[in-house]
Design a protein around this ligand. Structure first.
Ligand code: NDP
Length: 240
């Protein structure tokens, strides 16, 4: 018998893929969402329903969650991890990049929450884990719009925690520093990318995504009456 269903958005690479592998190894049924279906399927995990879903599509997120719940039973947790980081200066960054970050990083998180929360409230149990960033607590060069989306994730998560705590639902914010993933690759400004890579090297490298997955699993594994509200973790050499 599987452990309960966990939904992971952005499971096709980086932190999401590492989290999928870890929860699978712990016996969980999974719903894995991303746009690159083939990368989800390549993970080859048992009891894992893989669906090509863009988290900006609220209905598609809800439909996939209902399908997974019909197959595996109620979602006990969601890891709202899908995100994009498009670094740039407000003066010249294409405004479409702001739209994309706000749609994926903020609205995508809300869509994931809405897909599971009514069921969790009805059952009086469940865990919502939102992946924010240290850039959700402090600012960095060239990060203004991204930081705006991650401060939003911190804020909405804490407000949601207050809303649903009396109903037995846990809300956890995970705030990593730099992690070695594909995240930077989508930034369009080559100079900013090079500077960021140099900054990572000067910090002695970034976290392995498996370390972040372990932090997510640690928060989830606490007894139901314990909420780890936030975990902030970064490479020791990361000063900022
Ligand atoms: P990756 O780029 O490796 O992974 C991002 C994931 O998000 C991919 O699986 C991608 O899948 C998915 N994704 C992106 N856009 C969409 C979309 N519209 N719909 C569905 N899925 C989408 O980066 P990380 O693993 O680093 O990022 C995961 C989270 O961690 C993000 O929220 C990021 O902001 C956060 N974070 C990362 C840090 C880092 O330094 N790497 C530091 C702090 C926080 P696909 O392209 O297949 O759709």
């Amino acid at each position: 018998m599987s452990q309960p269903l966990i939904v992971i958005t952005g499971a096709s690479s980086g932190i999401g893929a590492a989290t999928a592998r870890l929860f699978s190894a712990q016996g969980h049924a999974l719903l894995l969402l991303a746009r690159r279906l083939e990368k989800l399927e390549e993970l080859g995990l048992p009891d894992a329903l893989c669906r090509k879903v863009d988290v900006t599509d609220r209905d598609a997120v809800g439909t996939a969650v209902r399908e997974a719940e019909d197959r595996f039973g109620p979602a006990d947790a969601i890891v709202n991890n899908a995100g994009v980081m498009l670094l740039g200066l407000i003066a010249d960054q294409p405004a479409q990049e702001w739209d994309r970050m706000i749609d994926v990083n903020v609205k995508g998180v809300l869509h994931g929450i809405r897909a599971v929360l009514p069921g969790m409230l009805a059952r009086g149990t469940g865990t919502i884990i939102n992946v924010s960033s240290v850039a959700g607590r402090k600012t960095y060069p060239n990060h203004a719009a991204y930081v705006g989306t991650k401060f939003a994730v911190h804020a909405l998560s804490e407000n949601l925690r207050e809303e649903v705590a009396p109903s037995g639902i846990r809300v956890v914010t995970i705030a990593p520093g730099a992690v070695e993933t594909e995240l930077l690759s989508h930034t369009s400004n080559e100079r900013i990318k090079e500077d960021y890579e140099a900054w990572k090297r000067s910090a002695g490298g970034a976290l392995d995504p498996r370390i972040v997955a372990e932090a997510i699993a640690y928060a989830y594994r606490q007894p139901p009456d314990v909420t780890v509200r936030e975990i902030v973790l970064a490479a020791t050499g990361q000063q900022a």
